[in-house]
Design a protein around this ligand. Structure first.
Ligand SMILES: [Zn+2]
Length: 221
């Protein structure tokens, strides 16, 4: 039922989202049958123009993403806006991924989650990936942590009016993790259960770790 999580959120909250100038990725369900059904039924709105719906438009390139149990090969579906004045094409990236990352969001999340408790080298060893990769993710995450806190607390409040923001923990990374944790719990309660990192992908349009993101994060108002 959930084709694009962010889109569903937008609809639920009945808001007019910002119109990004260029959007290359739409986060969708990891279940291809759901994506096909959503495309066929016109349930995926174009994230560029917001007025058109997406039809199927072949597939994007084959890519490999690393999971905790091995390598997964993906060929994401592509959609094209049916609106004549738009015709934008979008990669329909499954919510297990973050845009431009070769590891699934779950693995990246585990590496971020252990920050402050486990050094980057050991975290890398445990997860079976280079320590420098963990270090890079953590740096990017830290550099955006204030934005992450604001973004996820904003969403939590939009989804649950009685939401009480948590007290700061004194560390930017810990505060950002806490904000993600509480927001994804609220999202699962209000909109249906889903893994926290799938929510993270959907709520940042796959761009959690992007520095110069081409896809603005979906906002609740
Ligand atoms: Zn469009």
């Amino acid at each position: 039922m959930l084709g694009s999580l962010a889109e569903t959120l937008m609809r639920q909250l009945a808001r007019e989202p910002v119109t990004p100038l260029e959007v290359v990725v739409l986060i969708v369900s990891d279940d291809r049958a759901v994506v096909e059904a959503d495309l066929a039924a016109g349930r995926l709105s174009c994230p560029r123009c917001r007025s058109g719906v997406l039809g199927g438009w072949g597939c994007s390139r084959l890519r490999e993403v690393r999971t905790s149990v091995g390598v997964r090969r993906l060929r994401p579906r592509r959609g094209r806006c049916r609106e004549r004045s738009c015709r934008a094409t979008h990669v329909l990236l499954p919510d297990v991924c973050l845009a431009g990352r070769r590891y699934v969001a779950e693995v990246i999340g585990a590496a971020l989650f252990s920050a402050g408790r486990v050094g980057y080298r050991r975290a890398g060893e445990r997860l079976g990936l280079p320590g420098e990769t963990v270090r890079d993710w953590r740096r990017r995450f830290r550099s955006r942590s204030e934005l992450i806190v604001a973004h996820f607390l904003w969403w939590a409040r939009a989804l649950d009016g009685s939401f009480d923001p948590p007290a700061g923990r004194g560390s930017l990374i810990a505060d950002a993790m806490e904000a993600i944790g509480v927001c994804t719990r609220v999202a699962s309660l209000v909109l249906g259960r889903r893994s926290p990192w799938s929510w993270v992908s959907a709520l940042t349009a796959g761009g959690l770790l992007e520095i110069n993101t081409r896809t603005p994060w979906p906002v609740p108002e």
